[in-house]
Design a protein around this ligand. Structure first.
Ligand code: E4P
Length: 214
């Protein structure tokens, strides 16, 4: 499974890239706003740091506007793909943009039916939001398996990005269900590294090493 980081923070991107595990970056308007910048400036800056796919979200709600914005965002850098929020306009825009060779990441996916339509409209990626489904009392990770299954039944090339990841268990579920990618916040990536038995083991090895030197 490929690992993307879900952030617009440059230091976090640099740090995770230095771990040697980074396959991509996803941003959204809220993440960009948190950094006090704008999408175009920030995705250009990200593209200077890492050579991986970077999602940049279009803000129009009309198909024509999405197509125009999508072309502009994709023209900023060859690694940029265009995030469109799932709706009828986005399906129309996805068909046009993907026909021009521009990768679309259909975002705010909350059902396998939406994912199926996005795939048919040529989206390169779909982003089902796991945590936000959990927030309303549903089992968010359930749709990951459903979407992977639907895509595999029909040989769709659209890739599944498990999104709105809130904890390491979500990552495990995404990997177990065969998601192509998980886009993971910085704090969850850190949690994935840690294990109390690893920490304990390191401390014990250091103690024993010190003893054996005497
Ligand atoms: C996906 O690309 C989104 O940026 C993200 O995963 C949303 O996560 P949230 O529900 O934690 O805001």
């Amino acid at each position: 499974m490929r690992i993307f980081i879900d952030t617009a923070n440059l230091d976090m991107i640099r740090e995770i890239n230095s771990w040697g595990i980074l396959d991509g970056v996803t941003t959204n308007p809220s993440l960009i706003a948190k950094e006090g910048t704008d999408t175009r400036t920030r995705v250009r800056e990200i593209a200077e740091i890492v050579d991986v796919p970077i999602s940049a979200e279009a803000m129009s709600l009309e198909a024509d506007g999405m197509i125009k914005e999508g072309r502009e965002l994709a023209a900023l850098h060859p690694n940029i793909n265009v995030k469109l929020p799932m709706c009828i306009s986005a399906l129309k825009a996805s068909k046009v943009l993907s026909g021009e060779g521009i990768d679309v990441n259909m975002t705010l996916i909350f059902s396998p039916q939406q994912a199926l339509l996005a795939a048919k409209a040529g989206a390169r990626y779909v982003s089902p939001f796991v945590g936000r489904l959990d927030d309303i009392g549903l089992y968010g990770t359930e749709i990951l398996g459903q979407i992977v299954n639907v895509f595999s039944n029909y040989g769709f090339e659209t890739e599944v990005i498990a999104a709105s990841i809130r904890n390491p268990t979500h990552v495990l579920d995404a990997a177990s269900m065969g998601c192509d990618i998980a886009t993971i916040p910085y704090n969850v990536l850190q949690q994935m590294v840690s294990h109390p038995k690893t920490d304990e083991g390191i401390q014990n090895f250091i103690k024993d090493y010190e003893k054996s030197k005497k």
